[in-house]
Design a protein around this ligand. Structure first.
Ligand SMILES: *Cc1c(COP(=O)(O)O)cnc(C)c1O
Length: 231
C-alpha cells in the first residue's frame, strides 16, 4: 500500500483536477485530513508530508493525541459534540464543524466567553434526511430561524455550513445533497444575518469529495484516502 506522502499527493492532485473541472482554483479548497483512529505517529508523518489541518470526531481521542501533536496542525472537530464536552472542545479546536442545535451553540459560546475566546463554528445540516445522521433538517426556514438565534449568541462566530453526504452509490443523490447545502449557503449569505458569515462550505469525504468540489465545497474532510482504511 502506498505511504501517507504518496496518498496525500494523489488526493491533492484529485482536488486540483476536480477544482479545475469546476472552473475553480484548488487554493479555494482547504484539505482537512481526518485523523480519527489514526495513531499520533502517523498523524505526525502526515504533518511532515504537508498536512496543515486535522479533523477529529471525538474530543476524548483528540485530547489523547494533543500532547504529541500540539499546534503543529490546526485542530478541527468534525464529529457530534455533547454539551458536557463543550469546554474541552473550546480549548482544543480552532473550528467546530458539527454544531447542530441552538442549545449547543449557547453552551459553546458560554465556555468560549469564560476562556476569553471567540469560537469559530459551522452549522451542521442533515441534507440527506437520513434519520441516523446528525444535523439540522434542511428546510430553509428552519435553518434561517436557527441561524438568527445563533447570531445573537456571544462567544461564537458562525463561518459556514457543514454536511455529511448520504451513504449511497447513487451519485445523483450525493450531488443533490451537496447542491442543497450550497443553495442554503447562498440563501443565508443573501440574508446578511448579523454575526453569521458564510465563508466555509464543509462537504466531501474520501468517497465523494470530487462531487462536493463540483458543487462548491471549500473544505473537504478526507481520512481513509490519506491514511488507509480504518480498522
Ligand atoms: C470519518 C469522517 C470523515 C472522513 O471520512 P473518510 O471516508 O475516511 O474520508 C469526514 N467527515 C466526518 C464527519 C467523518 O466522521
Amino acid at each position: 500500500m502506498a505511504g501517507i506522502r504518496e496518498n496525500l499527493a494523489a488526493v491533492r492532485e484529485r482536488i486540483a483536477r476536480a477544482a479545475a473541472a469546476a472552473g475553480r482554483s484548488a487554493d479555494d479548497v482547504t484539505l482537512v485530513a481526518v485523523t480519527k483512529t489514526v495513531p499520533a505517529g502517523a498523524v505526525l508523518d502526515g504533518i511532515a508530508a504537508g498536512i496543515t489541518a486535522i479533523g477529529e470526531n471525538r474530543v476524548q481521542e483528540a485530547l489523547g493525541k494533543r500532547p504529541a501533536i500540539g499546534s503543529r496542525a490546526q485542530w478541527h472537530l468534525i464529529g457530534h459534540l455533547q454539551s458536557n464536552k463543550a469546554k474541552k472542545a473550546v480549548e482544543l479546536f480552532s473550528l467546530i464543524h458539527s454544531v447542530d442545535s441552538v442549545d449547543l451553540a449557547r453552551e459553546i459560546g458560554r465556555r468560549a466567553a469564560e476562556a476569553g475566546k471567540v469560537q469559530d463554528i459551522l452549522l451542521e445540516v442533515n441534507t440527506s434526511g437520513e434519520p441516523q445522521k446528525y444535523g439540522i433538517g434542511p428546510g430553509d426556514r428552519t435553518i434561517l430561524e436557527v441561524l438568527n438565534e445563533i447570531g445573537d449568541v456571544k462567544g461564537i462566530h458562525v463561518l459556514g455550513l457543514m454536511t455529511v453526504g448520504p451513504l449511497t452509490d447513487d451519485r445523483g443523490r450525493v450531488r443533490a445533497a451537496f447542491r442543497t447545502l450550497r443553495t442554503l449557503f447562498e440563501l443565508v449569505r443573501s440574508e446578511r444575518i448579523p454575526n453569521i458569515e458564510m465563508r466555509h462550505l464543509s462537504m466531501g469525504m474520501s468517497g465523494d469529495f470530487e462531487d462536493a468540489i463540483a458543487e462548491g465545497s471549500t473544505m473537504v474532510r478526507i481520512g481513509s484516502a490519506i491514511f488507509g482504511p480504518r480498522g
